[in-house]
Design a protein around this ligand. Structure first.
Ligand code: SF4
Length: 266
């Protein structure tokens, strides 16, 4: 297995934190319904290197904040196991999200390994910004039942405007998942003016069309629900006035992606 390390493009932000057996956690949702199959125990991890204009978790960007809590795998598992029967009865499990959970991939590896020892389904909700391709990442993916990969925009220039950084790392990660034949659900946010056009949908279809590991594509219409968090963080929300896409747009994108042989979840 080739081992290599990629430097972050946006050097002004920190990459991985040093691992001391704990995770920096933003919050926990014990019975989530939108982050993977069935009921999910959802762990929101701090830290993200992307800067999506529509980010609905603006308060997770900084790794170090007074409001975050530091938890060990044992502390998290104690909670997970108390919900285990509910999660299993619904075909659910645990989901790591954020922020960007891969920034704390050592913890994820340890947490997902513990979950799999208890036969609990694991789901990694990621933007694909993997900094290190090494044994830890492979071990994590070996213990991941489903990757939910955000592909925000295939066009590199629009991606930079929408997300603040290039999409190279995310696309490389998608290719890596395909090479591993890792079960993957792609998530695509339909943002009016940025990702809602037919060309963007076709670019996505062309990119994932031949990836047999991509079982489904989940279409997520843009919403403004996270805007207030930007204001609380003292930032201007630049998509003010952008409204959710009309149903016809969502259906058109669905139709285009179905043309590339993908199952669509709305
Ligand atoms: S990747 Fe997710 S958490 Fe990071 S900025 Fe984008 S929407 Fe927010």
């Amino acid at each position: 297995m080739q081992t290599y390390t990629i430097k972050p493009e946006n050097e002004h932000h920190e990459g991985h934190r040093g691992y001391h057996g704990t995770a920096i956690v933003h919050s926990i949702e014990s019975c989530g319904t939108v982050d993977g199959p069935g009921l999910r125990f959802v762990l929101f991890l701090q830290g993200c290197l992307m800067r999506c204009l529509y980010c609905h978790n603006r308060d997770t960007w900084d790794m170090h904040t007074d409001k975050a809590q530091e938890l060990t795998v044992e502390q998290v598992m104690k909670q997970v196991l108390s919900y285990r029967h509910y999660l299993k009865a619904t075909g659910g499990g645990v989901t790591a999200t954020g922020g960007e959970p891969l920034l704390q991939y050592e913890f994820l590896r340890d947490w997902f390994t513990a979950c799999r020892e208890h036969d609990i389904h694991t789901c990694l909700d990621t933007n694909g910004y993997a900094l290190h391709y090494d044994e830890i990442l492979d071990d994590l993916l070996d213990h991941t039942n489903l990757v939910m990969l955000d592909l925000k925009q295939i066009d590199p220039e629009i991606h930079k405007v929408l997300v603040g950084i290039p999409n190279t790392k995310t696309l490389n990660f998608a290719r890596y998942l395909a090479e591993r034949n890792q079960p993957t659900r792609v998530r695509y946010v339909i943002v009016p003016g940025y990702t809602d056009d037919e060309r963007s949908a076709n670019l996505l279809g062309e990119f994932i069309g031949g990836m047999e590991n991509v079982e489904t594509v989940e279409l997520l219409p843009y919403h403004e629900l996270g805007a207030h968090k930007w204001e609380l963080c003292g930032d201007e929300y630049k998509l003010k006035g952008v409204h959710p896409p009309p149903k016809e747009t969502v259906l058109k994108i669905k139709e285009i992606l179905e043309g590339y042989g993908k199952n669509i979840i709305l």
